[in-house]
Ligand binder design. Structure first.
Ligand SMILES: [Zn+2]
Ligand SMILES: [Zn+2]
Ligand SMILES: [Zn+2]
Length: 80
């Protein structure tokens, strides 16, 4: 099952949050029975595809790329 890879900010609290609007990459599962994979045949579509292929992506992977000098939203809310 493919997953989106989102670049994320590493906060001072240690949490990682996805950067809004960041270009998501695809973690390809290389399964021909997954409609998001590059191995998925372009000839597979419609009912055939929906009956035999995975139609959903997994939950996104956060790839921490930037350190930011403040806590994440949920931690700064909890501190209030
Ligand atoms: Zn996949
Ligand atoms: Zn398919
Ligand atoms: Zn946090």
């Amino acid at each position: 099952m493919c997953q989106e890879i989102l670049s994320g900010n590493v906060h001072t609290c240690g949490h990682v949050s996805a950067q809004p609007g960041s270009n998501a990459l695809l973690n390809d599962c290389f399964n021909a029975r997954c409609r998001y994979s590059e191995r998925h045949p372009s000839t597979c579509s419609g009912f055939e595809c929906s009956s035999q292929c995975a139609q959903h992506m997994g939950s996104p992977i956060l790839n921490p790329t930037d350190r930011v000098p403040y806590p994440c939203h949920s931690c700064s809310d909890a501190a209030r």
